[in-house]
Design a protein around this ligand. Structure first.
Ligand SMILES: Nc1ncnc2c1ncn2[C@@H]1O[C@H](COP(=O)(O)OP(=O)(O)OP(=O)(O)O)[C@@H](O)[C@H]1O
Length: 227
């Protein structure tokens, strides 16, 4: 469980969100929504440990130290000088160490992740030669090999076609099904409504937690059917 206790996030001691109180349960799948500039990316970076809270507390359990963060595409360096295989293999660094080589098992896991996102044929290509949607699939592959328990994704479907969005949503659902906690910044409310049971909306002066009616009622119908 991750607890927000009068948490505000921002830059240089200046908060960009209202004070947040609440919890992200272990295994929950939460959409983080709100207008441009409401502080969604800033909150995600704070959860990832890249920024310190401005005030209040963010309480993370020991087990969620293993965090995977997918930044917005605009923050990705497309001039990365190595292959896509190497880019995905960077997700294994916690197991291999920064200067350790990757072993056979890691190599298999990188290839399997590239296969899952349908990018195996591009393993030796350079990031700069990919379209935005292709690069996003590769970044998902890197997220998968990290085997993190807390996944933080910032607008993962921006500029991604509907078929790829479906594929990536299925992969996220798989992580959710094995007990990972997910927090995903989204603007598309149809995706939020259909896939995300929990929702946190940031607004200028308050934050609002809610649960999605359609996901809950679908889960209820599946349970009634014995699925
Ligand atoms: N590095 C920074 N230094 C200072 N202020 C920043 C920095 N990055 C963002 N901000 C400001 O913090 C506020 C929140 O930005 P943030 O990127 O978290 O919003 P967001 O909700 O993710 O927006 P969007 O939907 O447009 O991605 C904005 O007013 C922005 O100008």
């Amino acid at each position: 469980m991750i607890t927000f206790n009068q948490l505000t996030v921002g830059y240089q001691g200046r908060a960009v969100t209202p004070a947040l109180d609440g919890t992200l349960l272990t295994g929950s799948m939460t959409a983080l929504v709100g207008a441009n500039g409401s502080g969604k990316s800033t909150l995600l970076k704070t959860l990832a440990g890249l920024l310190r809270p401005v005030s209040g507390a963010l309480i993370l359990p020991r087990s969620s130290v293993n965090i995977a963060w997918l930044p917005q595409q605009s923050e990705i360096d497309r001039t990365f000088p190595l292959s896509l295989f190497d880019m995905v293999a960077m997700g294994c660094w916690k197991k291999s160490g920064w200067f350790g080589g990757i072993d056979k098992a890691m190599r298999r896991s990188v290839m399997s992740a590239l296969d899952k996102v349908d990018m195996l044929d591009f393993a030796s290509a350079r990031p700069g030669t990919l379209s935005g949607g292709q690069l996003q699939r590769v970044l998902f592959a890197r997220l998968l090999v990290q085997e993190a328990s807390l996944l933080l994704l910032d607008e993962p479907f921006a500029g991604v076609d509907s078929q790829t969005t479906q594929l990536l949503l299925t992969l996220l659902k798989e992580r959710h099904d094995v007990g990972c906690t997910l927090v995903v910044v989204l603007h598309d409310m149809a995706t939020v409504e259909n896939y995300f049971p929990q929702r946190l909306r940031l607004q200028a002066h308050r934050a609002e937690w809610s649960v999605s009616d359609s996901v809950l009622s679908r889960q209820h119908s599946l349970r009634s059917l014995g699925a």
